[in-house]
Ligand binder design. Sequence first.
Ligand code: SF4
Length: 320
Amino acid sequence: MLNVALDEAQIDAFAEHLKNSADVQPFDFCTRSEGFIYPERNRPGALETFFFACAHQFGFWTLAGDRWDKPMVARLDGRDLKGSDFLFRACTRACQADPEAFLPAALAARGNGQLSDLFRDDAGANPLPMWPEHLALIRGYAEWFRARGETPADVLRRAQAAPKPLYALLEIHAEIPGYAEDPLQKKAMLLAIVLENRPERFLRVTDPESAVPIIDYHLQRSALRTGLVRIDDPALRKKLVAREWLSWTEEELIRAATYDAVGRLMARTGLSAAAVDWFFFQNRTRCPETTEPDCPSCPVQAICARETKLFQPVFRTTAY
Ligand code: SF4
């Protein structure tokens, strides 16, 4: 059995830090780059754009042989953008050109080439490393809504009318292609915090206890480097340091442990999933993939395990 374990002392230390840290706030998915990365507040089509775009937040990196190679970066509208920002910018661009671009019926009416065109960069290429998977999910997503005669706005109304709106939203998304594949519901929870925290307040959450941790590769890298999750298995450590392809079992153990660690942080601090997620999301620039982490200027340097050689699981999935 592989030895992947939570470090309770580290979880306690990070819980104390987060409780006392002023910059642990939810992000509003707007003001950082309103009208460029994210649609302007109150722009028609913004709701459908986020329903679509959150389902496609995965796979923004390339492989060389059996090792992680580099993050996806492509130039769009004059700016070099990393994967997640690129995808949001491409979707915002399409929404600005046509507010109905991401209605499921409009997606279904597009041919494969037209769907790919939504993601053309400034050089005319679609740079998404997992485009076949994106395309299959777009087709499944559009068909799911067509079969039920619903739109994203209908799904939101249905969730909002339930006694527990967040729980209902997650439950519905457990069926929708693009969201349904991940038992840990990372993209569905991402969508939920977008809808809750956008200036339009699309979703009014009355059941914050229904929130689940949002575990992507940045969170897993942070959990391993900070020591929230410990790897005592020498062979697995070696693979993580070498950025080698992991097995399904290895990835599942690390992601499940990270999910538990973040769940405990949420429970011990009383902070929302959105606030904890934004704290660790910012950590992706302090503790990056391609350059040496800047530990001396990092706000958690006093409590961090500084396992800077460890890397996130290298594993192809549409979950994150
Ligand atoms: S930058 Fe250094 S101190 Fe900060 S999380 Fe990364 S390893 Fe820890």
